[in-house]
Design a protein around this ligand. Structure first.
Ligand SMILES: Nc1ncnc2c1ncn2[C@@H]1O[C@H](COP(=O)(O)OP(=O)(O)O)[C@@H](O)[C@H]1O
Ligand SMILES: [Mg+2]
Length: 249
């Protein structure tokens, strides 16, 4: 279980997180919504400890990750998978080698087993046929799926997705959303999903959080969010849907 306790973070004079407290429940998909610049990526980076809070703490199974020694931090990070915005593949490596990269770096797995694990991970994203291709030969959606296979190869307990469907067409976005949902169902993976894509949010969310002005403006079901009468929540929802007119059919 991952818990943010009264987390404050600012950059210069810009207060980005203003006392955020939040528990991510094991096995649940939490969608994190909010305008551009509202601190969604900053929040995810605290979970990975790429950023430290100015005040407050991030607890994992009750332990403050800010107190972790380097080896504890490394062990903890192995339980996480992340698909970050703009996460690039290694252009000079084949799809197979891209996906194999985390196993080769973090473990001493024999080649035959590496191959089995890579092919299994490529199977999850329906790309076994693309193993020998180079990233430059792939479409944007395929590259995203390779990135996903690479972040899944070590079978993380928690997956962090930062705008996983941004820049993809609606059909490919829907495939990525299906994958996020399948991983949760098949492996019980906890998902933290930052997205602007409301169809994706509707598909994958057990719970939705809306960040605004450094605080949590809404925390609840996505249908509740859709029906909220709170003016700021309403405005956010309506502008998000307006950007995707096919939703309001
Ligand atoms: N490392 C950093 N240094 C300075 N400012 C940052 C840094 N990271 C994020 N910010 C600022 O914090 C705010 C929130 O950023 P971010 O979490 O990336 O927003 P978003 O909700 O769009 O993901 C933005 O104004 C951004 O410019
Ligand atoms: Mg962001």
């Amino acid at each position: 279980m991952i818990e943010l306790v009264n987390v404050y973070k600012r950059f210069g004079t810009l207060q980005v997180l203003n006392g955020v407290s939040l528990t991510f429940k094991t096995g649940e998909n939490t969608v994190i919504l909010g305008k551009s610049g509202s601190g969604k990526s900053v929040l995810l980076k605290h979970v990975v400890r790429l950023l430290d809070p100015d005040d407050g703490s991030v607890l994992v199974d009750g332990k403050n990750i800010g107190d972790f020694k380097l080896h504890q931090l490394m062990e903890y990070r192995k339980t996480l998978g992340f698909l970050f915005q703009g996460a690039a593949l290694y252009d000079s490596l084949s799809v197979f080698e891209n996906v194999a990269f985390p196993i080769r770096r973090h473990t001493k797995t024999p080649d035959k087993e590496v191959e089995d694990q890579v092919m299994e991970a490529l199977g999850w994203v329906s790309l076994t046929n693309a193993a020998q291709k180079m990233p430059s030969e792939l479409s944007g959606g395929m590259r995203k799926r390779v990135g996903l296979a690479r972040s899944l190869i070590l079978k993380p307990k928690v997956m962090l997705y930062d705008e996983p469907t941004t820049g993809l067409d609606p059909i490919t976005s829907n495939e990525i959303s299906d994958l996020i949902l399948n991983l949760q169902k098949q492996f019980g993976t906890t998902g933290l999903i930052v997205t602007h894509d409301m169809p994706c949010a509707f598909k994958v969310a057990d719970r939705a959080i809306l960040l605004s002005e450094g605080n949590i403006l809404f925390d609840g079901g996505i249908t509740e969010l859709e029906n909220s009468n709170e003016p700021l929540v309403k405005t956010f929802y309506e502008t998000s849907v307006a950007k995707r007119p096919e939703l309001s059919l």
